[in-house]
Write a protein that binds this ligand. Structure first.
Ligand SMILES: [Zn+2]
Length: 408
């Protein structure tokens, strides 16, 4: 494979920005980073003054439905997708595509999440998306449930603690705190991370008390209690706030993802399924209970509190939930993290080095010799203006330049 040199760019290395830097990669791996590098004979050179090179972005909360999702994800510079609930057969198919092709994003997956019979993901509107999935009724079933998922090849365990308080008038069956705790123990027995879906403060606190490693939503049922962040710090967790999907569900008007989807530079890279997923549920007449509660603001406040307390925050979209799209929505999530008090560089770290560290992805998330050449080159300086991540010039996945010919 030829050597590629990107020179005279700014480099955001996953933690901080280096002005006027150059990066060399070959055979899918970064070989050199420095102010001046030697250009080998025959190298492909990108002269990039005024541009910023970033590690390929990581979306720390998605649900993958098809290989097309992974292709769309990569077109927006997101080279790793952390799936948080999917069927094992599909995940195996997606992983084999990601191993053999460089025009799709890479993935990790939770496979089938742990939930109560009839519990979330299940709603009156949509029905049980993964109907017939294995569930569990008590702590005595936790070890068996996790062992079955390990056999299916999961990368981490997803635990669903959801009583439907935020989302509907009818309560949903939910796991007991004892069952959540037993699931965490079982995951740790297999050296797996255990992450929890919780959208109320009560459920979030129970998950922290049960010893989870991360929360993959922030709650939106009310303002954060002042000691919530103390509990999160003491528990040593990371949090994936998913502010964009909260906004999409709970904001009247045009959520940010829709505005980005109308951007003529971005719209052509959305695949056919995005047309459907970008339609907010409110369009179909869905209304949350207590619709006047400012739930996105509750979520933002809780995220700000966690950020101030030093809890690691990860960018995640929950795509393809209504009002979101794979790849695209991560750029809006970065902007929302900035509204929660992160600096633009902090938001970029939340989509690069921080998720890589929290999920043990040691080969990516930073720009340094020896790491995967998953790279995103944009016009401008996203550490000054986070919106410039959408000025996408080039994407490389494992060192292979992506052909970003519009999808439609
Ligand atoms: Zn989700």
């Amino acid at each position: 494979m030829t050597t590629t040199v990107i020179r005279n760019a700014s480099v955001f290395d996953g933690e901080r920005r280096w002005p006027r830097s150059s990066v060399v990669f070959r055979d899918g791996v970064i070989t050199e980073v420095g102010e001046s590098v030697e250009v080998p004979d025959g190298a492909e050179v990108f002269d990039a003054p005024g541009q910023t090179l970033l590690p390929g972005l990581i979306d720390a909360h998605t649900h993958l439905v098809s290989v097309e999702d992974l292709a769309q994800t990569l077109a927006f510079g997101v080279s790793t997708s952390l799936d948080m609930f999917s069927s094992p057969g599909l995940v195996a198919e997606l992983k084999s595509a990601a191993a053999s092709r460089d025009d799709v994003a890479d993935l990790r997956s939770a496979g089938i999440g742990a939930s109560a019979p009839g519990g979330h993901p299940n709603s009156e509107k949509v029905g049980d998306i993964y109907g017939g999935r294995p569930t569990l009724t008590g702590p005595e079933q936790a070890a068996g449930f996790v062992a079955d998922r390990v056999t299916e090849g999961i990368d981490y365990l997803k635990i669903i603690s959801e009583d439907n308080t935020c989302w509907g008038d009818t309560p949903l069956p939910d796991l007991t705190p004892e069952t959540v705790a037993a699931l965490v123990t079982a995951a740790h027995d297999h050296q797996l991370l255990a992450v929890a879906h919780a959208t109320t403060q009560r459920a979030a606190r129970e998950a922290l008390a049960a010893g989870v490693d991360g929360l993959v939503h922030i709650f939106a049922d009310g303002p954060p209690e002042p000691d919530f962040a103390d509990q999160a710090v003491a528990a040593g967790v990371f949090v994936v706030p998913t502010l964009a999907v909260m906004e999409a569900y709970f904001t009247h008007g045009t959520p940010g993802t829709q505005r980005l989807a109308e951007d003529p530079r971005l719209a052509p890279h959305l695949g056919p399924s995005a047309q459907q997923t970008l339609t907010p549920l409110s369009t179909y007449g869905w209304r949350p209970p207590q619709p006047d509660l400012p739930r996105p603001e509750f979520a933002r406040q809780a995220t700000e509190l966690l950020h101030r307390a030093g809890v690691p925050l990860l960018a995640g979209t929950d795509a393809p939930n209504p009002g979101t799209a794979h790849g695209l929505t991560l750029h809006h999530e970065l902007a929302l993290l900035v509204t929660a008090g992160l600096t633009p560089a902090g938001a970029l770290a939340a989509a690069t080095s921080v998720p890589a560290r929290c999920f043990g992805l040691t080969d990516r998330g930073r720009i340094a010799p020896g790491l995967r050449a998953d790279l995103l080159l944009v016009d401008g300086d996203p550490t000054a203006d986070i919106a410039t991540t959408t000025n996408i010039r080039h994407v490389w996945r494992r060192g292979v330049h992506l052909d970003r010919t519009p999808r439609r």
